[in-house]
Design a protein around this ligand. Sequence first.
Ligand code: PEP
Ligand code: MN
Length: 338
Amino acid sequence: MIVAMLETATEDQIQDVTDHLMRMGFAVHRTTGARQSVLAAVGRRIDFDTRDLEVLSGVEKVHRISAPYKLVGRQFRPHDTVIKFSNGVEIGGKEVIVMAGPCSVESREQLFKAAEQVSKAGAKVLRGGAFKPRSSPYTFQGLGLEGLKLLREAGDAHGLLVISEVMEISQIEIMLPYIDILQVGARNMQNFNLLRELGKVRKPVLMKRGIAATIEEMLLSAEYIMSGGNYDVILCERGIRTFETYTRNTLDISAIPIVHKLSHLPITSDPSHGTGLRDKVAPMACASLAAGADALLIEVHPDPDHALSDGAQSLFPEQFEDLMQRLRMIAPAVGRTI
Ligand code: PEP
Ligand code: MN
């Protein structure tokens, strides 16, 4: 950690900060430049808040050098995590895995149609929400247990793994018999009690980036799951809130290579929620693949114009097939298969 002192800091203030750092267990090295003094604090401690130091008299800025997370970082595991499923599918390896399906499970007919369409086009995982986090309490909230059963049936009928969102702790037990990957939604990325419980589960968790979360906060949330002993965590960039209003969210594609540099965990891109607009999904999916995404999560509906949720960002099945063709052309150019 580096503590930059103000130009106006007195010798007493510098000594006070030095003593404070030493009491925290750091070895302190001081450099005095032409303008200001800088203290380099060296040690293993990570369980502190840099703001506690920034409020000390004479301090200008504190920069943390060592990352605040451990298990999700490359220092802990230098090689990429590859999550293996019993049917041979791997997430985090050379093959880019496409997860596709409707935003919500609406009916048997809708889901079976979607499963058939996405599996025919080459998806390996069927998505569909059974418990839905909706912005309005008056909109469709999901079919619950019935939706989970339909997902399992439709997935099995078409050789697909299934992913669905878990919104609260009490749903974990209900979901485990039916679901292969538990999805944590953007709104729950900092529901730390839920994350801790998912740390006890022995099934992969796909955790989405929060609507206003930094990459570091996303990695720290993944650390909650891993610190409970569940190392099968898949991260997901799904767009963040910015000042831009043209798209529903701003898909932060740069998060993909940044996460790959900092962490060994696989990262998915969700261009559906990332843009909110059907015609922007394919270009952003292609860009995500080129940027290094290990998986793509894409909303596809047999009849998007009548979808009960997220119809405007759901692809028509033919559009999904086209997109898969394009992805197959791009993958080899970036050393991947699909
Ligand atoms: C979803 O995947 O349908 C969903 C609700 O996503 P998010 O949590 O990213 O909004
Ligand atoms: Mn959705």
